[in-house]
Ligand binder design. Structure first.
Ligand code: SAM
Length: 254
């Protein structure tokens, strides 16, 4: 049995897809996808030697070395164009994730990949922005809680041609749909930070996540208020502005 987080990621993978899990660590996801019959084959990519060996061991112990190819290398460099239908990146920060995606995209490693399943631990906005910048369309997103941590999982597809993808993305990130008093640029920012589907659905866990963020910022603000430095006063003002915006966005959730 795999964790709720990994199960949520696996559920987004299209049945029958050849999946590549990049940053696979113990190869738990490829093993699950192949063992369950959801994917005929899978590739597990790992940069670091320890996790690479763990992935090899995971595939071997499951008796799946013929169906799961474990490869060592940086990001998408382990993939040849056309080898995978679905790319999965999970359990890393959003900016590392977008660095990996962008380098892979530039090198043509995403050619032929029709689906991305992405679970950034932080910095989800970087990932959503990257998807738009390269004309992928977010199809669904979900938010879950496991062991006291909240995770977002994003499912993006290649959709038609570039024009069609851009039209889909401008509908998805349409700021006029948000009843907020802030400028358009900030409203757009919040669509990227909270996620267009999560925000419009008013997900309860999204509220919880951003209330936790508010609590964190409040603790930082209190710490800063103990200092008499001008610099700390400036930082407090920035924090107060950020907190006010979060509160405003939370109030507008349905
Ligand atoms: N994907 C698994 C999951 O969600 O449970 C493992 C996540 S683990 C926290 C992140 C993994 O990404 C580590 O094993 C790390 O070695 C790997 N990693 C980090 N940078 C990488 C890169 N540029 N290319 C491939 N793997 C990378």
């Amino acid at each position: 049995k795999i964790s709720k987080r990994l199960q949520t990621i696996a559920d987004f993978v299209r049945a029958g897809a050849r999946a590549a899990d990049i940053g696979s660590d113990h190869a738990l996801l490829p093993v699950y996808l192949v063992q369950s019959g959801k994917c005929p084959t899978a590739i597990a990519g790992e940069l670091n030697i320890g996790p690479f060996q763990a992935a090899r061991k995971g595939a071997a112990e499951a008796g799946l070395t013929a169906l799961i190819d474990v490869r060592q290398g940086d990001g998408l460099s382990v993939l040849s164009p056309g080898e995978a239908d679905t790319v999965i990146l999970a359990g890393m920060g959003g900016s590392l994730m977008t660095d990996i995606l962008e380098a892979g995209w530039a090198a043509g490693r995403l050619n032929g990949v029709s689906e991305l399943v992405l679970q950034p631990n932080v910095g989800e906005d970087h990932v959503r922005r990257w998807l738009v910048s390269r004309d992928y369309v977010l199809q669904e997103e979900t938010i879950i809680e496991e062991d006291g941590r909240i995770y977002e999982v994003l499912h993006a597809l290649v959709c038609g041609d570039q024009q069609e993808a851009q039209a889909c993305n401008s509908r998805l990130y349409n700021v006029s749909s948000l009843p907020l008093k802030m400028p358009d640029a900030s409203r757009k920012e919040w669509l990227f930070r909270m996620g267009p589907y999560l925000l419009h659905n008013g997900e309860e866990l999204l509220r919880k996540k951003w209330r936790m963020e508010l609590d964190k910022l409040e603790r930082v603000r209190r710490q800063l208020s103990l200092s008499a430095l001008d610099e700390s006063r400036d930082k407090q003002a920035v924090l107060a502005g950020e907190m006010q915006q979060i509160e405003e966005v939370l109030e507008c959730l349905p």
